[in-house]
Ligand binder design. Structure first.
Ligand SMILES: Cc1cc2nc3c(=O)[nH]c(=O)nc-3n(C[C@H](O)[C@H](O)[C@H](O)COP(=O)(O)OP(=O)(O)OC[C@H]3O[C@@H](n4cnc5c(N)ncnc54)[C@H](O)[C@@H]3O)c2cc1C
Length: 456
């Protein structure tokens, strides 16, 4: 039994009878052969930074990709093993003046894990999610077959058309569409269709100059108004939000947060000249920001300080949940851009009477995708929070949104799939799963209910 693999960053726990850490594909296929012969479920583990319990086995074997570490950097693209962390990929790309655009905040995440969740994060405001940056995937299926699929290689079987939410990001089941390609099927498939062993991704030249800022406001209304006004700014590649409870949560780590701040917008812009800088003082004045207390910078050091500030938000939530002995209760819902104010108003109206200040809202507001996280102090808080989370998922769907934008549903949130899709549509996804993994051995319990014949 290895505890290191039986939990993820959300605090979700499980148990495993064996952890296999293959050195190469041949060893990986040998493990799958053994598991298949004995009908033993296999759960794929990346770096364990996932937030939906997907890599946490509930019995059976765990298969880690951590030894798939090859990296090759080329002009405009890179090939990397699925166990390579985002931090290592960026470090390898940097000397060539390039970077990998998706940035799901947590740089320890493995490339394979980010493919499996279609991870996105703050820079996806400009660059889109992981899906958009995949050129080629190498995937081992449960029966040992190895597929090398390039963007545009179509499925060799028919699938129906499923409705797509009207959001910028989705990580909620298989996005089935007639004529779709293999890469779109495997991306976001949460480790239940195959094991990604190698990934070819696109790279971009590192921008010449970036402007970073944390802009504070005296109230939430002005923060949200400014954010809506700033969305079309050219070169803006990050537009994030932190509510007043979020600022209080990290105030000890960042005592320089102005005391009167009741909301913040975190921005990053690719800039081309002095005029780009000048425009910000007009924007701050027009938006009623706390001009003199806001932070701006252009150096790598500034950028790193602001990155730590942004990253402190989910880190502090995760720490608080662990400290209080509760699993993370966080939303990953997104709505169409024009409905995001309505969603935030709904969050506030439902949470304030029940949780008082024991919740925070922050994140990817540029994409109408903020994370609401509860900070339960008691079992009653946790139970209330859990019920609210389901209610919020319903509301997101009612507004044309999605119940999972970037984390996937894993095991912890698999019940939400039924709010997004009809049982017939979910059966159509299950058909695809059966085609690639007839004995339902891979990632059992993630995303789709395990059919009764496999649970005995
Ligand atoms: C502090 C913090 C902040 C975060 N912020 C963001 C954010 O802004 N945006 C965002 O998108 N995510 C965010 N995340 C979530 C997390 O980093 C992503 O979900 C990440 O994509 C998971 O990668 P991993 O390697 O840790 O995967 P794991 O947690 O190990 O696994 C996740 C899922 O992927 C499957 N899987 C893993 N590797 C493979 C493979 N090679 N082949 C097939 N399936 C595989 C697993 O079975 C599991 O279902 C954050 C997490 C933390 C802790």
């Amino acid at each position: 039994m290895s505890w290191a693999y039986t939990e993820d960053a959300s605090g979700f726990k499980g148990h495993t009878d064996r952890v296999a850490v293959p050195r190469d594909e041949a060893e990986l296929i040998a493990v799958l052969d053994e598991a298949r012969a004995a009908r033993i479920p296999v759960t794929i583990s990346g770096a364990g930074t996932g937030l939906a319990g997907g890599r946490v086995a509930q019995g059976g074997w765990t298969l880690s990709t951590e030894r798939f570490q090859r990296i090759e950097i080329h002009d405009g693209w890179a090939t990397a093993g699925s166990g390579v962390s985002l931090a290592d990929l960026q470090a390898a790309a940097r000397p060539s003046g390039q970077f990998y655009p998706p940035d799901p905040t947590e740089t320890l995440a493995s490339l394979g894990g980010t493919v499996a969740c279609n991870a996105s994060g703050s820079r996806s405001f400009l660059y889109g999610a992981t899906r958009e940056w995949l050129r080629c995937l190498r995937v081992v299926l449960m029966d040992g077959r190895v597929l090398d699929v390039r963007r545009g290689d179509r499925l060799d079987f028919d699938v129906p058309a499923l409705p797509r939410p009207g959001t910028k990001k989705v990580s909620c089941g298989f996005p089935l569409q007639p004529g779709m390609d293999w890469i779109d099927l495997f991306t976001g498939s949460e480790g239940i269709l195959g094991i990604v062993t190698e990934v070819e991704v696109g790279l971009l030249p590192i921008p010449q100059a970036l402007l970073n800022g944390v802009v504070f406001f005296p109230d939430e209304e002005r923060t949200l108004n400014a954010i809506d006004a700033w969305r079309p700014i050219p070169g803006l590649r990050m537009l994030e939000f932190a509510c007043h409870q979020s600022l209080r949560l990290i105030a000890q780590r960042f005592p320089e947060i102005p005391a009167q701040a009741q909301g913040a917008a975190i921005i990053e812009q690719i800039v081309s000249g002095e005029s780009d800088f000048d425009l910000w003082s007009d924007r701050l004045a027009a938006g009623g920001a706390l001009e003199h207390d806001s932070w701006f910078g252009t150096s790598d050091g500034d950028r790193e300080r602001f990155r730590r500030f942004r990253h402190a938000l989910p880190e502090s939530v995760n720490d608080a949940c662990r400290r209080n002995g509760f699993m993370k209760l966080g939303s990953d819902y997104a709505v169409p851009l024009e409905r995001h104010r309505e969603m935030i108003r709904y969050y506030r109206a439902q949470c304030d009477p029940v949780l008082d200040d024991r919740y925070v809202i922050y994140g990817h507001i540029g994409d109408a995708h903020v994370h609401l996280n509860m900070l339960p102090a008691s079992q009653a808080d946790f139970d209330n929070g859990k019920a609210l989370m389901v209610d919020f998922a319903r509301k997101a769907v009612e507004l044309g949104g999605t119940v999972a934008a970037e984390h996937g549903l894993g095991k912890r949130k698999a019940h939400l799939l039924k709010l997004q899709y009809t049982s017939e549509q979910i059966s159509q996804m299950a058909e695809v799963k059966r085609r690639l993994d007839p004995d339902w051995l891979l990632g059992r319990g993630n995303l789709l209910d395990v059919p009764p014949e496999f649970t005995q």
